[in-house]
Ligand binder design. Structure first.
Ligand code: AMP
Length: 211
């Protein structure tokens, strides 16, 4: 099985790129953010707990997230590839991930670090709109007045895409997530991609990396 980790700050385009890569390769896109948002919408016990942290822009406790990832590795053991988006997000999760993978015999092939300037991250996050039905993301600048997704679903703003929470999410990224760059560089797994360009150009660069 091929295992790719899509890495980068909020607004880097991890989800968009993971989706494009999944479509091109047949690998499964595993977004812990999407899994958590589904749990929040379904009002499950862990969804209700996660909601508190997510609405503040903080990380949901490791035991909750690690549990969902462990479950995914079990249920998707037959997949040709997995693309993790939004996990791991701190050092403890990365160490736990390594343990889970060692137990299943799967190895991380590549960690793709999508590097984007902070001013651009802010523009992307504040202008982001998401389809309520299929989770496709758009930016208000490219909508030209359209109010619906190509699938017909309503476009909404994520609850955590407001200035105050964005600031907190970026802070959490710098303090807790960014140190993983060193962790994966040390393992020889990190590949840097310039994420300041267009979606298409970034997707082509990633495709080239994957080969
Ligand atoms: P994302 O969709 O990846 O931007 O994630 C949205 C929110 O879900 C984050 O701000 C966190 O509150 C939570 N979340 C997603 N992935 C993780 C993770 N690996 N660990 C902890 N919290 C997470």
């Amino acid at each position: 099985m091929t295992l790719v980790v899509m890495f980068g700050p909020p607004g880097a385009g991890k989800g968009t790129q993971a989706k494009i890569l999944a479509e091109g390769t047949g690998y499964l896109h595993v977004s812990t953010g999407d899994i958590l948002r589904e749990a929040v919408a379904a009002e499950t016990e862990f969804g209700l707990l996660a909601k508190e942290y997510m609405s503040r822009g903080e990380l949901v406790p490791d035991n909750i997230v690690n549990g969902t990832v462990k479950e995914k590795l079990k249920t998707e053991a037959e997949a040709s590839g997995l693309i993790f988006d939004g996990f791991p997000r701190n050092c403890d999760q990365a160490v736990e991930f390594d343990k889970m993978l060692a137990a299943t015999g799967i190895k991380i092939d590549m960690v793709i670090n999508i590097d984007v300037e902070t001013s651009l991250l802010l523009r992307r996050l504040t202008g982001r709109r998401v389809c309520r039905t299929c989770q496709t993301t758009y930016h208000v600048d490219n909508l030209a007045g359209k109010e619906k997704c190509v699938c017909g679903g309503d476009l909404v703003q994520r609850r955590d895409d407001n200035a105050e929470v964005i600031e907190q999410r970026l802070k959490v990224y710098v303090e807790q997530t960014e140190p993983l760059i060193k962790y994966y560089t040390g393992k020889g797994l990190l590949k840097n991609i310039d994420g300041n360009g267009s979606v298409g150009n970034i997707a082509s660069a990633i495709k080239e990396l994957i080969g």
